[in-house]
Design a protein around this ligand. Structure first.
Ligand code: UD1
Length: 420
């Protein structure tokens, strides 16, 4: 296992390109199951998660080539309808092969993904939506066994206790595009990654309106064809690099970054006093003055993303004053708190709230990554901490950041990967 070792205290400077979005590409790879024609996907980040998704598609009988950021998926020889526990349990997003398998083949057997460190993460909304389209679903031996001889479009309210669901919206949309009649998904997730999936499906011949809003309307078609698509930039990677610039009092320009997808993050950072210059396709973050504390609450898009909560906590940990962070998507997503406190942060958890009292400095320490975004928050803390920080279990980081340590190194950070 590898760890990342950082010598903190260097102001990051320079220009860096943001990779394609992890959360957009994973369902888009799954969507290639909807056609026998060739699909070409560009700007695909080389991540542990994208490679897992490629393995799942191959196991389902697709022929998939992944080279230099381009995926080419074509029909393989033997189609298989079972997505195995071994692969699905390693990555929740793989559950979104269920919708396309049902849409195209009218049957599927997909392992239930289970919970993970950030919370219980049920799939009731996925199943509710697919049932509303006429799918019969049984749970057998930890698998969802689905059969859908008579699919039909329907009106589906897809909101849950914590708001909309990204992957449930993806799953239902991918089944509905090949479903006779009209489907309306109400309380649909509005995330840019859901809209990007819809754009890909439209290129494949699907009839979809309203994506990017809470009401998605789909008119089913008989068949989809191949398509070519470039993945949108990763807004969470961009947000993480913005924080890297601010926490180190640096000056960074991000290329291939869409500020329109970063509204809530930039708004909060500007409230804290950050200078962020937005031009289309590029963002410059330049530290000019001491930031002020802010309160944030995570919400579905366009609200503040839960996937940026941990990174924001690292920044607030070194911002004088008291900031309150409220987690409304995954109330237990606070595994990073104890590790940040080991570095000298003053963060106290009260149920779904974290009260962060900014300190003058953090001290480098050996810390352990617990999940993807928590790992990023520890790397950010290491960049500003006095002395050496080593972050172990960085396979979490590799799930969702393409060459993060290389990108930070290119910006001047003293960071390297070592064997544990
Ligand atoms: C996606 C993102 C993940 C992000 C999350 C929330 C991908 C690959 N992953 O995950 O990075 O943190 O959105 O923005 O895109 N819920 C239910 N029932 C369901 C499904 C979800 O109650 O059937 C709840 C969840 O427990 C959570 C909330 O709804 O509290 C939102 O989860 P959801 O949007 O589904 O997350 P994912 O799509 O799994």
């Amino acid at each position: 296992m590898d760890k990342i070792v950082i010598e903190g205290g260097i102001r990051l400077r320079g220009e860096i390109t943001v990779s394609g979005s992890k959360n957009a590409v994973l369902p888009i790879i799954a969507a290639t199951l909807l056609t026998e024609d060739a699909c070409i996907i560009k700007s695909v980040p080389n991540l542990r998660d994208t490679n897992t998704m490629v393995k799942i598609l191959r196991a389902l009988g697709k022929s998939v080539d992944f080279d230099k950021g381009v995926i080419t998926a074509t029909q393989g020889k033997n189609t298989n309808f079972t997505a195995d526990y071994k692969l699905v349990s390693t990555m929740r997003a793989s559950f979104c092969v269920l919708g396309p398998l049902i849409g195209r083949f009218r049957k599927a057997k997909v392992s239930l993904p289970g919970g993970c460190i950030i919370g219980i993460r049920p799939v009731d909304l996925h199943l509710k939506g697919l049932k509303a389209l006429g799918t019969e679903i049984n749970i057998e031996g930890g698998y969802v066994v689905a059969s859908a001889p008579k699919l039909k479009g329907n009106y589906i309210y897809l909101g849950g206790e914590y708001g909309s669901s990204v992957l449930a919206t993806d799953n239902v949309m991918m089944a509905a595009v090949l479903c006779p009649g009209k489907t309306v998904i109400e309380a649909a997730a509005c995330e840019p990654e859901v809209a990007d999936l819809a754009e890909f499906l439209i290129k494949m011949g699907a009839k979809i309106k309203g994506h990017g809003t809470p009401t998605i309307e789909i008119e089913g078609v008989n068949k989809l064809h191949g398509a070519e698509h470039r993945i949108i930039p990763d807004r969470i990677e961009a947000g993480t690099l913005i924080i890297a610039a601010l926490i180190t009092k640096g000056d960074i320009t991000l290329k291939n970054a869409s500020y329109k997808h970063l509204g809530a993050i930039i708004d909060k950072l500007e409230e804290a006093g950050a200078y962020i210059h937005k031009v289309d396709g590029s963002i410059r973050i330049c530290y000019k003055k001491q930031l002020k504390p802010i309160n944030i609450t995570t919400l579905p898009y366009p609200g503040f993303p839960t996937d940026m909560q941990a990174q924001m906590m690292s920044l607030m940990a070194v911002t004088p004053g008291i900031s309150v962070i409220t987690e409304k998507i995954y109330p237990d997503r606070f595994m990073h708190v104890a590790e940040l406190n080991r570095m000298g942060a003053h963060v106290q958890r009260e149920g779904p709230h974290a009260i962060v009292q900014g300190v003058e400095f953090l001290s480098g320490a050996p810390v352990m990554a617990s999940d993807l975004r928590a790992s990023a928050s520890l790397v950010l803390a290491g960049l500003v901490a006095r002395g050496k920080t080593s972050v172990s279990r960085i396979y979490h980081l590799e799930r969702g950041y393409e060459n993060l340590e290389k990108k930070l190194e290119a910006l001047g950070a003293k960071i390297l990967r070592e064997k544990e």
